[in-house]
Design a protein around this ligand. Structure first.
Ligand code: ARG
Ligand code: ASP
Length: 695
């Protein structure tokens, strides 16, 4: 038995080294630990995750629920991406104090800027609660019965949970609901902005270079966690003090070379690695193209306006970046799936699954799965596209439609009574205020004219001249009075009248139908996952990303995107200068940085050839949410800051191809160089622990 286990491990390892995967940090002992060490890691599973002693995981914070960040000093200094702190940097910016354009550096604690609503969450411990959550859940339950059983079990788990009063928790399904884990959390709500480079460094290359290698972006920003006098989480107060972390990452001055081990530790958001071929086909051939077209139409209008007007540039910077990011990702995803022939590979895999079912006499039990997928996805297609397109138009791109969407929700909230109405109204007033903080009706009207024809037949843009919603004062006036008065005014408003039937169609037909089929598909996907692990146990299974803490690891490695081309895994400051286009909105380079380059004033941050490295590539399997994640070397030091993936490999969310999937990290030496030499914020460097692991 022992020998067999060892052999299995050995075989698994041969075929699977560097095959990707996002692993649960509390379960690294065994296969992952051995695999990491074979790649050069000197870390034990306990160095990474430990409940009783401080470990690497104590330095990793979920940044505002969407990105990752890491503590890099004993005084709670926190590193994340520029694009993760973008909203905060923007919200402190004005035409006079344009921190997007010029950067921001607090030269002492007093200058650090508080950020309402921003939070960072740490994981205290992880518990496997699978057996408690699935107690009494048997194969013959209907999806409804299964869910209600799980809900009851969940309440029991929560009742027995031991945690401190200031701690929170989460229970999340893994492997499509085949396993459950509980996370005890600690959330900090006083997070202040400490530093950000100008966008010409932090967003260098902007959309042209986004999702692309070779890359030269210094995508970082710096915050600080504040805690109360007892070092516990607290909401913002002047009296709060810098947080003393359980662990912070030392920073390596020795950097990386091709072939070096790296590990990325963070909060990947969502992947779907076990989809059937038919789903992959629908996403890439039908769904993505229709969503791409809507965003493309919106971007054309927004981009032109941003280029023409600085005020609009600031107002729309954050929104534009968000829209452009997924737009470009979907295009890359489609290309990657096609290039790697992923659909055919999945089909091949599925025929092996079918064969295995036959060989193991399990056709009775699982033989329906693949045919059911075919049938369900066929019925799903039209409604899936319609629903997603609605979201693109009414929520992601057009702001007037977003306002009407929220207002219809307000009208509907009255069904639940006056109290619900007042509550919704209150939150709506805040939403209107926040939309109008960065609103330009002319830009929005242009977006409307561009996107609406891609969704509906009625595209009357004259509503922009009649509605009260394009101006904050008149919009708020609509909401004055009791529910009767408000609804009367609303239903006379041109934009509201225009949008209401479409929003109601969404709530009454589109969304319920979408959810109905989607639930069926999810149930089937759960069974498929069970079946895969049972019928083909020799495959490598890691749970899909679900915004929980994960470890992924690999090596610094270049790749060959096309015939005869090989991409080196490291870029240098020389490349920034090569890309420099004076005055360009994407490729301008600040004068100070050009001077530092000319004088080669690199301090202790150059590599052994006297060059400043900017970005590097690795075979770590990452996704959205991993932005801001630390890249950690073989000894547990910080060497890089994850922020992106390469164009050819963005399909890794649904299909990981080790040949072309690479994550992109900023070299920490560039980060330090910018802080020290460019910004003159040496006091921040002095807080950190700089190490030379290779000497
Ligand atoms: N593509 C990266 C991610 O998905 C970086 C996005 C920010 N940069 C940008 N140009 N929009 O978040
Ligand atoms: N840029 C992404 C993020 O913001 C990371 C990725 O998708 O690779 O999380």
């Amino acid at each position: 038995m022992r020998i067999f286990k060892f052999l299995m491990l050995f075989i698994a390892f041969q075929v699977s080294a560097q095959q990707g995967g996002m692993w649960i940090p509390s379960l690294l002992e065994g296969m992952n630990e051995a695999e990491m060490q074979s790649l050069g890691s000197k870390l034990t599973a306990q160095d990474i995750y430990d409940v009783n002693n401080s470990s690497l995981k104590d330095a990793i914070g979920h940044f505002n629920g969407g990105c990752t960040s890491e503590v890099i000093s004993p005084k709670g200094l926190l590193l994340t991406n520029h694009h993760c702190g973008f909203g905060q940097i923007q919200s402190h910016s004005s035409l006079e104090n344009d921190y997007l354009k010029g950067g921001f550096w607090a030269m002492n604690l007093e200058e650090e800027l508080p950020n309402e609503g921003l939070y960072v969450e740490f994981i205290v411990r992880i518990e496997d609660v699978t057996s408690a959550m699935l107690e009494g859940v048997t194969d013959n339950l209907t999806p409804k019965e299964r869910q209600s059983k799980i809900d009851i079990n969940r309440n029991k788990v929560v009742k027995n949970l031991k945690k401190e009063a200031w701690q929170g928790f989460k229970i999340k399904p893994f492997y499509k609901g085949n396993q459950y884990y509980l996370f005890v959390t600690e959330r900090f709500d006083d997070i202040r902005l400490v530093g950000a480079p100008p966008s010409s460094i932090g967003k260098f290359g902007s959309d042209t270079d986004n999702w692309v290698w070779p890359r030269h972006t210094g995508d970082f920003s710096i915050f600080r966690i504040y805690a109360d006098k007892n070092n516990r989480p607290a909401s913002y107060s002047e009296d709060n003090i810098p947080y003393t972390p359980k662990h912070f990452l030392p920073v390596s001055l020795d950097g990386i070379e091709e072939g070096d081990f790296t590990m990325v530790f963070g909060f990947p958001g969502r992947t779907n690695e076990y989809l059937p071929a038919v789903a992959m086909e629908q996403i890439t051939k039908k769904l993505n193209p229709s969503n791409i077209a809507i965003r493309e139409a919106a971007l054309e209008v927004i981009d032109a306006n941003m280029k023409a007007d600085d005020q609009i540039r600031i107002q729309y910077a954050s929104k534009q970046a968000r829209i452009a990011n997924s737009w470009k990702k979907w295009i890359g995803e489609n290309l990657g799936i096609e290039k790697s022939d992923a659909v055919a590979i999945k089909q091949q895999f599925e025929s092996e699954f079918t064969k295995a079912l036959k060989a193991q006499d399990k056709e009775q039990k699982y033989g329906n799965i693949l045919p059911d997928f075919e049938q369900k996805y066929a019925t799903f297609e039209a409604i899936n596209i319609k629903r997603n397109n609605f979201v693109e138009v009414f929520i992601r791109t057009n702001e007037l439609m977003l306002m009407t969407f929220r207002l219809v929700q307000l009208e509907k909230s009255l069904d639940k009574g006056e109290e619900a109405f007042e509550k919704t109204k209150k939150s709506l007033i805040n939403q209107l205020k926040s939309i109008h903080k960065n609103y330009n009706a002319t830009v929005d009207k242009g977006v409307f004219e561009a996107v609406m024809p891609l969704y509906a037949d009625n595209t009357d843009a004259s509503i922009y001249n009649k509605t009260a919603l394009t101006n904050l004062d008149t919009a708020l006036k609509l909401l004055e009075g009791d529910s009767k008065q408000v609804l009367k005014k609303l239903n006379k408003d041109a934009a509201y009248k225009y949008a209401k039937p479409m929003v109601l169609e969404f709530y009454e037909n589109i969304e319920p139908e979408f959810q109905r089929i989607n639930n069926e598909i999810n149930t089937l996907q759960t069974t498929y996952m069970t079946a895969l692990m049972e019928v083909m146990p020799e495959e490598r299974y890691f749970p899909d990303a679900n915004s929980t803490l994960r470890v992924t690891y690999g090596k610094v490695n270049g790749y060959a995107p096309r015939d005869a081309i090989y991409y080196n895994p490291v870029t240098y400051l020389d490349g920034v200068i090569e890309k420099y286009v004076p005055g360009d909105y994407e490729f301008d380079v600040p004068e100070k940085l050009r001077e530092l380059y000319n004088s080669k004033d690199y301090g202790q941050y150059a590599d052994k050839n006297g060059k400043i490295p900017i970005c590097f590539l690795g075979t770590n399997h990452t996704t959205g949410g991993n932005s801001g994640s630390p890249a950690i070397d073989a000894e547990g030091n910080l060497v890089g800051l994850n922020f992106d993936r390469v164009w050819e490999g963005t399909m890794s969310d649904i299909y990981y191809d080790p040949e072309i999937c690479r994550n992109i990290m900023v070299d920490l030496r560039y980060v330090l160089f910018i802080i020290d030499k460019y910004a003159g914020a040496k006091h921040l460097i002095d807080e950190m622990t700089l190490v030379h692991p290779k000497k």
